[in-house]
Write a protein that binds this ligand. Structure first.
Ligand SMILES: Nc1nc2c(ncn2[C@@H]2O[C@H](COP(=O)(O)OP(=O)(O)OP(=O)(O)O)[C@@H](O)[C@H]2O)c(=O)[nH]1
Length: 385
């Protein structure tokens, strides 16, 4: 059998490190390669799948739950089987793991799969340069994620000063000796790093990458100890709770900003889309909170879909029900409560990145509608009010 085997690359990294951003960059610069994407969202609403969808023909979503603990690995096997049919003409498959996934479990699933048309294409670990040290202090297990990586992308380089970036590069090099590390902003890495045959494992390169046996040796029993959370003990997601919020009534910009300003420290990640009704009828606002940073990206509403707000909140030690109630209270109480010409959107617009801070082609940024915020625009990434 001489049919080419399709590399399956696993893209991992802690919550909000920039995996979807990097993936979208790759999809925009794929140099003729046909890429299939498997997205593993954590949360009942598949925000990541929605963000990637539209960029690529073959996006499949594995839905709610952590792929690393998929009891039913056959769902992934089924997708891989479909994606590797010759009629799909796929050159490379990228699995974007949830921000709480255990990379070794994913790698194990791929190495252990019996699909003769795929080959493990390596693990890309995305690191958030601005959050890395604090995240590592909370989750020392991230060190071993780095140790497994075939390529580390130190992302959000724009958010750290050069000496800090150099220190981080040195730390990553120590944790993952011999692994190539590139720093990037908005995931803008050279796609060749993933697609180049030099990175693709072929028969001779097996020695360089992990084998199933290596994994079993390193992580075999230790990862599967049964405890309070069953087989998930020690997994990042065991400590996190995810809640999903949907509203068909527009959100009040003022009340939503008050909610975001006072969000609890444990609420590490918020992502989704917000509709502000009459305050900006033409756009929905993609929202991303990662740690204390907050961003809104206005984009035209997709045609034909319902104009609803959809948010996923992920945190540790959070009271999910209370947060959902608070969010429900952020809905407009009267239709058209926030008008386009009042100042209600100013709080939101402070967190829309400026031109010099775009993610590059196709990020969907638009110019601000209505009057801009007064005074100089603070750096929305660092200036938490
Ligand atoms: N300043 C800055 N922001 C970035 C960079 N890369 C990504 N972001 C922003 O970080 C936020 C999270 O990015 P995503 O790509 O959604 O992160 P993710 O890892 O897919 O998130 P999860 O799937 O929730 O784990 C978004 O607001 C991005 O625009 C970067 O290099 N610099």
């Amino acid at each position: 059998m001489s049919a080419k085997r399709i590399p399956v690359v696993v893209l991992t990294g802690f919550l909000g490190s920039g995996k979807t951003t990097l993936l979208n960059h790759l999809l925009r610069h794929r140099a003729g390669n046909r890429i299939a994407v498997v997205v593993n969202d954590f949360g009942a609403i598949e925000i990541d799948a929605m963000t990637v969808a539209g960029q690529v023909g073959s996006t499949v979503s594995l839905g709610n739950g952590c792929l690393c603990c998929a009891v039913d690995a056959s769902e992934l096997d089924g997708y891989l089987e479909r994606l590797t049919r010759p009629s799909a003409r796929i050159d490379i498959i990228v699995i974007e793991a949830s921000g709480l996934a255990e990379p070794q479990e994913l790698v194990r699933m791929i190495l252990n799969g019996d699909n003769p048309h795929t080959v493990y294409g390596g693990l890309v670990e995305v690191v958030d340069a601005a959050e890395f040290e604090a995240t590592r202090a909370r989750h020392p297990e991230l060190d071993r994620h780095l140790a497994l990586a075939d390529l580390v992308v130190l992302n959000k380089a724009d958010r750290v000063a050069d000496p800090d970036r150099r220190r981080l590069l040195a730390t990553v090099a120590e944790l993952s000796p011999g692994t190539p590390v590139v720093s990037a902003s908005y995931g803008r890495v050279d796609p060749e790093l993933l697609f180049d045959p030099a990175v693709r494992p072929d028969e001779d390169e097996k020695a360089r990458q992990l084998s199933f046996e290596d994994l079993e040796e390193r992580y075999g029993e230790e990862e599967h100890g049964e405890g309070e959370h069953g087989a998930h003990d020690g997994h990042l997601h065991a400590a996190y709770e995810t809640v999903s919020f949907t509203a068909d009534t527009p959100m009040s910009p003022r009340r939503l900003m008050a909610f975001l300003d006072s969000r609890p420290a444990g609420l590490y990640r918020i992502k989704g889309f917000v509709g502000f009704g009459a305050a900006d009828p033409a756009h929905r606002y993609a929202v991303h909170a990662v740690g204390r940073s907050l961003r809104f990206h206005p984009e035209p509403w997709p045609r034909g879909g319902a104009r609803s707000t959809q948010l996923v909140l992920i945190g540790s030690g959070i009271d999910g029900d209370a947060l959902l109630k608070e969010l429900a209270d952020c809905r407009e109480t009267e239709p058209g409560e926030a008008a386009p010409d009042d100042r209600s959107m100013w709080g939101v617009l402070r967190y829309v990145p400026g031109d010099g801070d775009a993610e590059g082609g196709g990020s969907g940024l638009v110019t601000q509608t209505g009057p801009g915020p007064e005074g100089p625009d603070p750096d929305p990434e660092t200036d938490w009010p």
